[in-house]
Design a protein around this ligand. Sequence first.
Ligand code: MSP
Length: 523
Amino acid sequence: MPDCTFFTTAIDYTNAAPHIGHAYEKVLTDVFARFEKLSGRSVYFLTGVDQHGQKVQQSAEKEGLSPLEFAQQCTTKFLSLWQQLGVHYDGWAATTDPLHKQAVQRILQQLFASGKLYKQAHRGFYSVRQEQFLTDKERTETGEFGPEWGEVVELEEENWYFRLSEYKDWLLGFIDGHEHFVTPSFRRVELRNAVEKLSGDLCISRPKNRLSWGIELPFDTGFVTYVWFDALINYVSFAGYLADPDSGLPRFETLWPAKAHVIGKDILIPAHGVYWPIMLHAIGFPDDQIPNLLVHGWWNISGAKMSKSTGNVIDPAALAAHYGVTALRYYLMADISTGKDADFSEERLRMRFNDELANNVGNLLNRTLNMAHRYRAGVLRKIASPDPDLAQLAHRDAPNAVVTYTDAMAHYQVDAALDAAIQLARACNQLIESSAPWKLAKDPAQAERLDAVLYHLAEAIRIVAILLNPVLPDASLSILAQLSVDTTPSLHDAVWGRLEDGHVLGLPVPLFPRLEPPPAAAD
Ligand code: MSP
């Protein structure tokens, strides 16, 4: 049973092929979950696919498939990508799952019975692409609806509405009273400003004659549920909310509230920042049971949004196949600061891998193991040297790296955490240069210092390997195996002096082979 932590992350639309943005979000959440485990806390990580809605229905029609067949085809691509990238989730939320449908219908029925839903006719302009009615707020200065809305048609229809606006004051108070509701804090300010302007209720249905691919309203069978209302519920439905005891789902009270919902900046307002807390509040969740939101930024291409129409979508599966999962996970975690945007660059992926992993960590490991075998048959002597450069590594650089790392991870700043590990490895490489073990090896009077240098290097590498574990699980285990450390990586072991006197190091195995540009790009 998980201790306390429960990360859920936005579920991906199955009407699109997975791209680098999806990969980033899942790897990021996977890293948070692995960090919790490394810290000795158990964790439950839920992710999944958002399979209903008009876009799925339309894409399926175009391909001559049923919506379910189409959604399943897309789902397979996401599932295989998460496997390829080492994204280890505990729960899989596919919104066509009958257990999810049951929870959505139970929640709708409850809201209906308590008078929080009403039916009304509405005439207005409707964006087919965004699946929503537009208001004058969406018009440009010239009075048009911008191209982002795609085809806009005039429609009149009856629908079911959720009394969203009744909860505006509650939400403002909740945001004011919950400093950590949204991270980073500038997004909380953005959200608050948006809530100030909130007016009108939320249309939560679509008439079946326009959209049949959705979850039927339990109290009015001519309608299906609006896809966002359905999708948001995944966070509770797959955690066992309102589930029958024999459903096989987790027990809700053991998982809730999630420590964070990890989402992209585009789906904070209104979906996760307005609809979701209000939905939970209206269902009866007390304020302390409303989960926090961690809002990450976007990967762009040369400052522009990735989009299928401009053809600049990056395929993470192809990148991982070419450069390896380690390189891709490292780049996605090291070259963006959580909450901000970054520009995707394959050249930077290679550069950072070569500079920070191949030339720095890999080289350090390789040199250390080679020297230890050449000069000492791989056997370490545990020596606490008074030499200032060694004492600095043991008593300042290594503990500082662990503190900086832990603090950065606790604040979701994976790039800063990685940097702490990389800097520690750099300090070790500098120690190799300054202490020149190859010279010490030639002077019997320096035998003790040579032993001390080798011990300090091995010990620092062991700590680097532990720190790298959430981002680079395979590389971390490989480094530890080469050091002949066979305990499960744990942050509790990231303290100086765990390698015993007489410990025998393993043999070096090349770990981070330098990356070269693909042949086409090398021309
Ligand atoms: N299906 C909805 C989420 C429902 S959650 C109840 C959705 N799906 S999505 O496929 O469009 O996006 C999934 C996640 O990927 C979102 O959090 C979104 O912000 C993120 N990203 C999409 N493009 C991205 C980038 N270019 N960069 C980083 N993340 C991006 O929204």
